[in-house]
Design a protein around this ligand. Structure first.
Ligand SMILES: Nc1ncnc2c1ncn2[C@@H]1O[C@H](COP(=O)(O)OP(=O)(O)OP(=O)(O)O)[C@@H](O)[C@H]1O
Ligand SMILES: [Mg+2]
Length: 290
């Protein structure tokens, strides 16, 4: 698949936002250890999980996002493509509260105004993010990484010395199976392959039961086989979760088969089926090349 990958230059990643800022937010968002997805309190009566309208973000006068409008349906698997610097990661920064837009509207469901919420509040309400570079706890086992992800803001030591309950263990085991890491449960995360670290980070979002998953270049650096498995995993997650996937790997995007949004200079250039956007002259001009 690497032959179809458009070159990119990565940006430094930062740590996960700590989920669960306070008890009341956590309650409002649903018990993190319960069986409901986080975000089950989100009003999606119009079948829209994420709504961005005319979002603008400037860095020293440079418009990273320029009236970006986008709408994601409940259970949708949306792919976002576009050249380096198009604003894809900045869009995720706005959705997760890391960057405040200068203007525009961003809603999670009908009622949660993301521009007025903190990063931990947004994570506790049901939006999980995977950064471009894997950020796992290398000195802890795969299993412990998932325990830490489930327990949220508690200190790592308190989490590791607390009693392990059966429901937690079961949920972790099921998730490990889903991302094909069962046999690695007791290995130190630092010893995993790059692809396995990516899966572990996705598993961390799954044990948190995040309703909307933002995945920034999840198959970058993966082997073809790992990339195919990741496509299968994402297809199995769609419906139950909503996914927004940023990628440069066109074979991977084709395997996912969903609607594609092309970003360019901070706004939407084209949107539709991959074959349609691939034959769009403007998209060929700015991204895919002639
Ligand atoms: N914190 C920041 N300060 C200044 N400029 C920034 C900052 N974050 C992003 N930018 C700029 O905003 C533009 C959009 O960057 P962004 O990282 O969103 O692009 P991208 O579409 O994710 O690109 P890539 O495919 O390379 O990951 C770039 O020109 C980038 O240099
Ligand atoms: Mg990026």
């Amino acid at each position: 698949m690497s032959a179809s990958t458009v070159p990119r230059n990565g940006h430094p990643s930062s740590m996960h936002p700590a989920p669960g800022a306070s008890g009341s937010q956590q309650d409002a968002a649903g018990d993190a250890l319960g069986s409901r997805l986080r975000g089950s309190g989100v009003d999606t009566s119009h079948n829209v999980i994420l709504y961005l309208e005319e979002i603008c973000v400037s860095f020293d006068g440079f418009k990273a996002l320029n009236k970006l409008s986008l709408s994601i349906d409940v259970g949708e698997l949306r792919c976002i493509i576009g050249p380096n610097g198009a604003g894809k990661t900045t869009m995720m920064d706005v959705i997760t509260g890391k960057t405040r837009p200068d203007s525009g509207t961003a809603f999670f469901g009908q009622t949660f105004d993301l521009t007025r919420m903190s990063e931990p509040q947004i994570a506790a309400t049901g939006i999980g993010r995977k950064f471009q570079k894997p950020t796992v706890f290398e000195q802890h086992s795969v299993f412990e990484n998932l325990e830490l992800a489930m327990r949220g803001p508690r200190s790592p030591l308190a989490t590791l010395f607390s009693r392990r309950d059966r429901a937690t263990g079961d949920r972790i085991a099921t998730t490990l199976e889903r991302v094909r890491l069962s046999e690695q449960a007791d290995r130190l995360a630092g010893l995993l392959s790059h692809g396995q670290k990516q899966w572990l980070e996705i598993a961390m979002l799954l044990v948190q039961e995040q309703r909307l998953l933002l995945l920034d270049e999840p198959v970058a650096g993966m082997t073809d086989d790992e990339t195919e498995r990741t496509a299968e995993l994402f297809l199995s997650l769609a419906g139950e979760h909503s996914l927004v996937v940023v990628e440069h790997d066109m074979a991977f995007i084709a395997a996912l088969g969903g609607k594609v949004t092309v970003l360019h200079e901070g706004s939407v250039l084209a949107e539709g089926a991959l074959l349609d956007v691939q034959s769009d002259e403007r998209v060929i001009e700015v991204y895919l090349g002639r």
